[in-house]
Design a protein around this ligand. Structure first.
Ligand SMILES: Nc1ncnc2c1ncn2[C@@H]1O[C@H](COP(=O)(O)OP(=O)(O)OP(=O)(O)O)[C@@H](O)[C@H]1O
Ligand SMILES: Cc1cn([C@H]2C[C@H](O)[C@@H](COP(=O)(O)O)O2)c(=O)[nH]c1=O
Length: 202
């Protein structure tokens, strides 16, 4: 049985990644793949409890980074690794790039510490494809304000999101073999067309 593939969706809050996740899952299912859709932080019963804390409680920035990786360890062990081994495809709404972007870029936690945690929690393991949904901050903010009640991260100021976006784009340049940057300012049809081309090549 061939191992499945691991696809991650990334972007600042309001970039539109969750909106397009179902579309990509449907594209893959229509080509005969078994697809699991999951998210971080979360994806397991314990991970979802940690998500509640992470999105709503104030905490030290290192506690936040450690809990993100604790939830991820659980997610890898109980969801991601078993599914890939069964030959299924896994799509995750966020993964480790989010920790580099938010805790590293946004909160300015030393990237060397994050690399050490990454090496501990998933040595040698990376997504096969990372779709980075990129939009200017004002577009993301307007979409968020129009859509829902905001959590702890979504209430952060513009400079936090500017630094988060910069770190995402820096990682896309650092790892061009797995990142695809999607211009998420377009219409749903524009974004779907771009996603369709990327998925056709994977
Ligand atoms: N291309 C688009 N054009 C117009 N509106 C969009 C577009 N993409 C997403 N939206 C809208 O923007 C809002 C936020 O989208 P979505 O929840 O997918 O963002 P997100 O990147 O997943 O954010 P978060 O990480 O905070 O969940 C939704 O109301 C969605 O309908
Ligand atoms: C995995 C991960 C997530 N975050 C932040 C990013 C978002 O603001 C929230 C998750 O909410 P979403 O609506 O499901 O995108 O958590 C983070 O700061 N660090 C991480 O590693």
């Amino acid at each position: 049985m061939a191992r499945g593939k691991f696809i991650t969706f990334e972007g600042i809050d309001g970039a539109g990644k969750s909106t397009h996740l179902a579309y990509v899952a449907d594209l893959l299912r229509s080509s005969g793949k078994t697809v699991i859709v999951t998210r971080e932080p979360g994806g397991t019963p314990l991970g979802e409890k940690l998500r509640e804390l992470l999105l709503h409680e104030k905490m030290h920035l290192e506690t936040e980074a450690l809990l993100m990786f604790a939830a991820r360890r659980e997610h890898l062990a109980h969801v991601i690794e078993p599914a890939l081994a069964r030959g299924e495809w896994v799509i995750s709404d966020r993964f480790t790039d989010a920790t580099f972007a938010y805790q590293g870029g946004g909160r300015k936690l030393d990237l060397i510490k994050l690399s050490a945690l990454e090496e501990w929690v998933h040595p040698g393991f990376q997504p096969d494809l990372t779709l980075l949904f990129d939009v200017p901050l004002e577009v993301a903010r307007a979409r968020l304000d129009a859509s829902r009640e905001l959590d702890k991260f979504e209430r952060e100021k513009a400079d936090f999101f500017a630094a988060t976006r910069t770190e995402y784009l820096r990682r896309a340049e650092q790892f061009p073999e797995r990142f695809r940057v999607i211009d998420s300012t377009g219409t749903f049809a524009d974004v779907h067309a771009e996603l369709g081309q990327i998925i056709a090549c994977i």
